[in-house]
Design a protein around this ligand. Sequence first.
Ligand code: NAG
Ligand code: NAG
Ligand code: NAG
Ligand code: NAG
Ligand code: NAG
Ligand code: NAG
Ligand code: NAG
Length: 394
Amino acid sequence: MLSSSFSASLALALGCASLLTFSSAAPSPLKRNQPNIVPPAQLGAGGDPRNAGWNISQGYQPNSSYFVEKPTYQVFSNFDFQSIALALHQEYIELDLFNYGLVKFSDADYDAAGIDAEDRHLIRHFAQQEIGHAVALSNMLGPNAPKMCSYRYDFQTVPEFIDFSQRLTKWGESGVYGFLNLLDNRASAQILLQSITTEARQQFAFRQFEGLFPVPEWFETGIPQSWAWTLLSPWIVSCPKENKPIAFEIYPALNWTNQPDAIAAGQAAGGPSISNNVTALTSEGQENTFQWDYPGKTQGPYQQTTTTHTSGVPKFAAYVSQFNVTYAPLYDVDMDARTAKARQPGGKVYPEGPSLINSTIFVALTSNDAHYTPANLTLINNHVVAGPAIYQAG
Ligand SMILES: *[C@@H]1O[C@H](CO)[C@@H](O)[C@H](O)[C@H]1NC(C)=O
Ligand SMILES: *[C@@H]1O[C@H](CO)[C@@H](O)[C@H](O)[C@H]1NC(C)=O
Ligand SMILES: *[C@@H]1O[C@H](CO)[C@@H](O)[C@H](O)[C@H]1NC(C)=O
Ligand SMILES: *[C@@H]1O[C@H](CO)[C@@H](O)[C@H](O)[C@H]1NC(C)=O
Ligand SMILES: *[C@@H]1O[C@H](CO)[C@@H](O)[C@H](O)[C@H]1NC(C)=O
Ligand SMILES: *[C@@H]1O[C@H](CO)[C@@H](O)[C@H](O)[C@H]1NC(C)=O
Ligand SMILES: *[C@@H]1O[C@H](CO)[C@@H](O)[C@H](O)[C@H]1NC(C)=O
């Protein structure tokens, strides 16, 4: 679906950028040799700097123990390589998707959906941003950087294209937040951060194009790499044979079978707009019906087999939103039909904040209801029976 002229322009862009490869003479930021870690007891003493042992009447430069004077931006661990290769697969599909959506539909189709020529220009510009992101990430990975693949899409209308893009950029964004602060090379993490914040703006705009409230949440979610790969890999048909397979696991597919129609809700609210009063599409206590797949199916461009580390019996639906996980016990679990039900839980991030379950979030079926915080959420992978799926709660 990628036009050959587009492949060529990407190759050209990659070629030019290779002139900008970075020096690798810098020391490793893994060595934390900074002695002056401020004792926690002093961190809050800023009201009177003398109490913290500093005379800051003229200001001073607090030092980071991770600062590197001559950073290199190349990956230097397998964790970093695999994580950034995954993110690069995401950048590539965005580049392909935005261009494909622009050529698949006519101007009249777009106008009828309330997306005018200047809006279309913004989507075209989003595609071009992906060229830059692909170049930056390819440079971090070096000669083994994966090449662009071929893709499949199942949307038939402009609103379906917008909705798919809104979901895809969400897992792209959240997939990176999940590992960004775990990267061994914080220098490459810095550039990746500066690309993913652009992607977050794309997701925001696609929600606006869909007629949804642009950002109900107070915190954007991070998810494990395997969750992003589980959601992304079905849309990649095949990759050049020199590509190295992505290491991350793929979990059995999860289908939330009675999900709300987000496109209809956006259209009912007047269609594309900067903002509107669309409230949540779901509510606390609402019954969700799920259907999930067996492990052992082949999925994605590298013919990986879907897997689970559990016995395969799901006990909870885990709703991952904002910066935490909220569980609902499953009932009516039918292991033959592979169906189960749960009631959407309530809860808030903070008492004064919005409900946890709103906006574009994630749901997976798990074997237990262990507690996670953002920096250890990846441990949930040991308990995933199926999913995630996107849970379009608002
Ligand atoms: C803080 O530093 C300034 C400038 O060096 C100096 O004039 C002042 O005496 C110092 N104050 C204390 C409390 O050490
Ligand atoms: C920060 O590091 C520089 C260079 O090593 C050193 O000169 C300076 O004193 C340090 N500042 C603090 C606040 O530790
Ligand atoms: C998910 O479930 C819905 C409702 O049963 C069905 O229409 C849809 O085809 C299913 N999707 C997948 C990918 O199985
Ligand atoms: C929409 O939101 C605005 C701003 O909060 C509020 O003033 C208005 O009453 C809302 N309208 C409806 C119909 O909910
Ligand atoms: C999620 O956050 C809410 C609000 O802070 C809290 O009540 C709930 O216990 C949290 N859930 C988990 C699993 O940490
Ligand atoms: C979901 O977010 C929208 C937009 O901020 C808000 O109007 C609505 O009240 C929220 N719903 C819940 C249940 O928090
Ligand atoms: C994750 O970290 C939190 C503390 O931030 C801890 O309470 C929880 O037990 C950890 N989860 C697991 C599965 O270790």
